[in-house]
Design a protein around this ligand. Structure first.
Ligand code: GDP
Ligand code: MG
Length: 176
């Protein structure tokens, strides 16, 4: 398979688009621009083989649950984003994680043990440490015992851990 689909999920304004922008262009924008649904395509050539990475950047509001379900079904790897200074956005990530496992395991006709979906959870805006609303202890528990799930504390603004997070996601998914 040479074609992969990455889906970015999380509440609005947590920095999903900022992370995608760091990944694709290396840039950061202070100004907020609401996302409806953005689609990016990146082609890589590695040792003569061409790989395609599609990135779906979502809005965070989901007036159409069926659409979100569809993006989960078609996604290969997932980035779930919350903001470390926003408790509710963390709760949303917990719900999304559950929904991904449920949706994917339905597809494979297995039970909840099937958690082999490469997934990274990002606590973004790590540069705003003084406003922290999610304790470190809780975050450890979130990924405990699942090799296909990792947590990173990042800052799209300062460009902290963003590359590391993507590298880990690709490694988990065995992408080149
Ligand atoms: P999205 O709705 O999840 O796509 O969020 P955006 O990427 O549009 O970002 C929302 C707002 O948060 C924008 O004003 C960004 O500049 C800001 N932002 C994004 N990432 C960071 C970060 O790491 N630190 C800080 N302080 N602000 C950020
Ligand atoms: Mg956005």
């Amino acid at each position: 398979k040479n074609c992969y689909r990455m889906v970015i999920l999380g509440s609005t304004k947590v920095g999903k688009s900022a992370i995608v922008s760091r990944f694709l262009t290396g840039k950061f924008d202070e100004q907020y621009t609401p996302t409806i649904e953005d689609f990016h395509r990146k082609l890589y050539s590695i040792r003569g083989d061409v790989y395609q990475l599609d990135i779906l950047d979502t809005s965070g509001n989901h007036p159409f649950p069926a659409m979100r379900r569809l993006s989960i079904l078609t996604g290969d790897v997932f980035v779930l984003v919350f903001s470390l200074d926003n408790r509710e956005s963390f709760n949303e990530v917990q719900r999304l994680k559950r929904q991904i496992y449920e949706t994917k395991s339905c597809l494979k006709n297995k039970t909840k043990e099937n958690m082999a979906v490469p997934l990274v959870i990002c606590g973004n805006k790590g540069d705003r440490e003084f406003q922290r609303e999610v304790a470190r202890e809780e975050l450890k528990q979130l990924v405990a015992g699942n090799e296909q799930c990792a947590y990173f504390e990042i800052s799209a603004k300062r460009n902290t851990n963003v590359d590391l997070m993507f590298r880990q996601l690709f490694d988990m998914a065995k992408l080149p």
